[in-house]
Design a protein around this ligand. Structure first.
Ligand SMILES: NC(=O)C1=CN([C@@H]2O[C@H](COP(=O)(O)OP(=O)(O)OC[C@H]3O[C@@H](n4cnc5c(N)ncnc54)[C@H](OP(=O)(O)O)[C@@H]3O)[C@@H](O)[C@H]2O)C=CC1
Ligand SMILES: Nc1nc2c(ncn2[C@@H]2O[C@H](COP(=O)(O)O)[C@@H](O)[C@H]2O)c(=O)[nH]1
Ligand SMILES: [K+]
Length: 483
């Protein structure tokens, strides 16, 4: 990345402070851009879902890996649960979303709770819900169930014997079959008629445009995090044993002795997966973590939407400059950085990649999607949202210290650097995490072609960035009503 006209900044910059200028390009199509990361994590789009309890769970992990992104299961989740999540993710279909299955006698009320958890919004009524390949009896969609008595059994309102898609159909065939039948969603069945998953027109289009992030056995990838307190070696070993594909060692102040010790310990386990550590915002911090054993350094102090660190402590650094400096330091040592936090628009992802990040971590934006673990809540105006909270908030600290003595809990409770309850609204235009990924990936593909880059390495090399005023930033925002 270079600055426009060689004008070097005299102060640190964040995403809003800069813009990119187009360059002469021989990349003829946005489809010709390869967004795969080269940091060994196997992501085929450069996105990582942050290890936040309100954001990253099993549905998020499965859905994002299918589109090539990685989800990091948070450190506060017990290892036994992480083991189940990893096994679940690794057993999922690479193309088709997991179907919500309903027994015929389940009620509409029960169905509606489950349907809100997946963006396809359909439930398959099956004869033998417990079996590996249940038989399809019918289909219900969230839309059909609006206004129906909550105690009605689903078999009374389902479409019986719905159209199905065969699991060997290619995306175009599946799309065309749905289009011809004027359906948006259908169960996918194998040659014996057993349920494999769910197909939608959007999913068929996505299957033709994304590559799933898979391990060397062809199963979906998932990452997990560990903190720096307690039995770090034991927990890290258990996570590796559970089959995580990337291990993240995560704490607020990553440039501290305890982190370096934790890193050396985990490196001593000889993990056969990339080791990520953070967070830092300086070249020195980056180098120290790499020398202690990190393959990838996580960069960002204070940019997170749930984060009050800068207001509490004045500590942090505007994120673009932090990523630029740390990425340069990592590159010199043959390592990589992830840009973590502060992403609110697709442009922010593009700028982090231009600055040299190999992947970009996003939390709060994705808390407001159907696949995040929280329950859907409706506000007084009828808008749907999910509650989010920071991992250093009083709420998270209460959970993390549940086993400590009441006195120790009270002491730790005084150190709060995050928001305990924020409303992340579901965007009616983009309710699912895949909708958000579509938006980001479209933006980043386009950024790459404006820069004349067909890969992330070329993008970093060719990006030309200028510094703008707040008026310059405001000019770039769309206007939905006249001025
Ligand atoms: N990227 C960011 O800007 C930030 C991210 N977070 C996220 O919150 C989660 C919890 O992290 P964390 O609070 O580190 O909890 P951890 O459970 O990882 O523990 C942090 C450890 O570091 C010690 N420590 C020393 N200095 C600090 C400091 N300035 N801030 C915090 N701990 C310090 C703590 O000791 P003692 O308690 O005795 O001081 C404790 O032993 C992580 O997911 C982290 O990424 C949190 C804040 C900022
Ligand atoms: N200072 C704090 N930082 C936090 C907290 N919880 C999470 N985080 C950091 O934010 C990013 C995600 O950023 P976002 O803008 O996409 O939400 C996450 O990965 C952490 O580094 C917190 O309580 N305090
Ligand atoms: K912030």
């Amino acid at each position: 990345m270079e600055f426009l006209n060689g004008l070097l900044p005299t102060h640190d910059l964040t995403y809003d402070d800069v813009f990119m200028v187009p360059r002469r390009s021989d990349v003829a199509s946005r489809h010709g851009v390869d967004l795969a990361s080269t940091d060994g994590t196997g992501s085929t789009v450069p996105l990582v879902v942050a290890n936040m309890t309100a954001v990253a769970g099993r549905r998020m992990a499965e859905t994002t890996a299918r589109r090539g992104a990685l989800t990091v299961i948070p450190q506060d989740i017990p290892v036994d649960v992480v083991r189940e999540v990893v096994a679940h993710v690794k057993s999922r279909h690479l193309v088709h979303d997991t179907a919500v299955t309903l027994a015929p006698h389940e009620t509409v009320g029960e169905a509606l709770v489950l349907l809100g958890k997946r963006a396809h919004g359909a439930g398959v009524v099956v004869a033998d819900a417990g079996s590996a390949r249940p038989r399809v009896l019918g289909l219900v969609t969230a839309r059909d169930l609006q206004g129906v008595d909550r105690f009605t059994q689903v078999e009374q309102v389902m479409y019986p014997d719905p159209m199905t898609v065969r699991d060997q159909d290619d995306p175009r065939t599946a799309f065309e079959a749905l289009h011809a039948a004027r359906r948006h969603v259908a169960p996918v069945v194998d040659a014996d008629g057993g349920l494999v998953g769910i197909a939608t027109r959007k999913a068929a289009v996505r299957a033709s445009m994304y590559r799933p992030a898979v391990d060397d056995q062809g199963r979906l990838r998932v990452a997990a995090a560990v903190g720096i307190n307690g039995d770090v070696a034991g927990k890290a070993a258990a996570l590796l044993e559970a089959g995580v594909d990337v291990l993240v060692i995560d704490t607020a102040h990553g440039h501290q002795e305890k982190m370096l010790e934790a890193l050396r310990t985990v490196r001593g386990l000889d993990p056969q997966v990339p080791l990520v550590a953070g967070n830092v915002v300086s070249a020195e911090g980056t180098r120290d973590l790499i020398h202690a054993g990190a393959d990838i350094v996580k960069v960002g102090v204070g940019p997170g939407a749930m984060c009050t660190t800068r207001m509490m402590t004045a500590v942090g650094r505007p994120q673009l400059s932090a990523v630029l400096e740390c990425a340069a330091a990592a590159r010199e040592l043959g390592a990589h950085v992830w840009a973590d936090g502060g992403v609110r628009h697709p442009r922010d992802v593009a700028l982090a990649l231009a600055a040299g990040a190999s992947n970009v971590m996003i939390g709060s934006w994705l808390a407001g999607t159907l696949e995040s673990p929280g329950d859907l809540v409706v506000d007084a105006d009828g808008r749907q949202y999910k509650e989010s909270f920071g991992m250093a908030s009083a709420r998270a600290v209460r959970g993390r210290t549940a086993e400590d003595s009441p006195f120790d809990r009270a002491r730790k409770g005084l150190f709060e650097e995050g928001i305990s309850a924020a409303r992340m609204y579901i965007d009616p235009e983009r309710p699912g995490v895949e909708d958000v990924i579509d938006e980001i990936v479209a933006g980043v593909r386009s950024s790459c072609t404006y820069a004349g880059a067909s890969s992330l390495a070329e993008f970093h090399e060719r990006a030309v960035v200028g510094i703008q005023s707040t008026a310059g930033y405001a000019e770039g925002r769309p206007l939905h009503t006249s001025w």
